[in-house]
Design a protein. Structure first.
Length: 217
């Protein structure tokens, strides 16, 4: 068994004294606590951030709604053949649509708007207006007038940002029209000053074209 080295004993004794001295020193945890508190956001800060985020989300939602409304307002409404046929049947049947017939200032406004698009509406003897209505196609208001022609009633539709079904392109007196033929109904579509015009009836396409030409002049 080896004899203990006096140097090792002195080193061990010094190490023990150093460890005992460190154990008696006070430990300052205040700085660590402050750093932890700064790193963890408090409930008020979280609530404030949540409120700001909620307000920003609501503003973004309203902006999206406004953009969607603008798009819908500016979008061209496509009136189908079924839509136009239904409008014609309601106008000539004097049925449910009769309750929606315009009177007073509403009828005058609709007629004035139609006459702006079609100057000949007031003077054309073939187009005496029997009644005037307002219908809606694709979120757009359209004036619907029942005209009395020599042989058959004719329904006139006029509106902004509206287009009807595609048909045969016909040039009549320098104006381009779309002609749509069905078994029981003929349609003539045209435009004046950006407003869409459609004449529907059982009359021949040639008769409707002549009427459309008179209304435009």
């Amino acid at each position: 068994m080896s004899t203990p080295d006096p140097k090792d004993n002195a080193f061990d004794a010094a190490l023990v004294r150093r460890l005992r001295g460190l154990a008696t020193l006070p430990v300052d945890t205040g700085a660590l606590d402050q750093r932890l508190r700064r790193a963890i956001p408090g409930p008020r800060r979280n609530l404030r951030r949540f409120g700001v985020g909620l307000a920003a989300g609501a503003a973004a939602f309203l902006m999206m709604g406004w953009v969607l409304f603008s798009i819908l307002s500016a979008t061209l409404a496509r009136a189908s053949l079924a839509d136009l046929t239904h409008a014609y049947q309601l106008a000539v049947s004097r049925g449910p649509v009769h309750a929606a017939q315009l009177t007073g200032s509403s009828a005058a406004a609709a007629l004035a708007q139609a006459c702006t698009c079609l100057p000949g509406l007031k003077t054309c003897p073939m187009a005496k207006m029997s009644s005037c209505y307002m219908i809606e196609i694709g979120h757009h208001q359209i004036s619907c007038a029942l005209l009395s022609s020599a042989a058959h009633p004719v329904v006139l539709l006029t509106g902004n940002r509206v287009a009807g079904p595609k048909g045969q392109t016909v040039n009549f007196q320098g104006i381009q029209y779309q002609v749509v033929r069905t078994d029981h109904l003929n349609l003539i579509e045209g435009a004046r000053h950006g407003r869409w015009m459609c004449l529907m009836g059982r009359s021949s396409p040639a008769t409707l074209l002549r009427l459309a030409s008179r209304l435009r002049n």
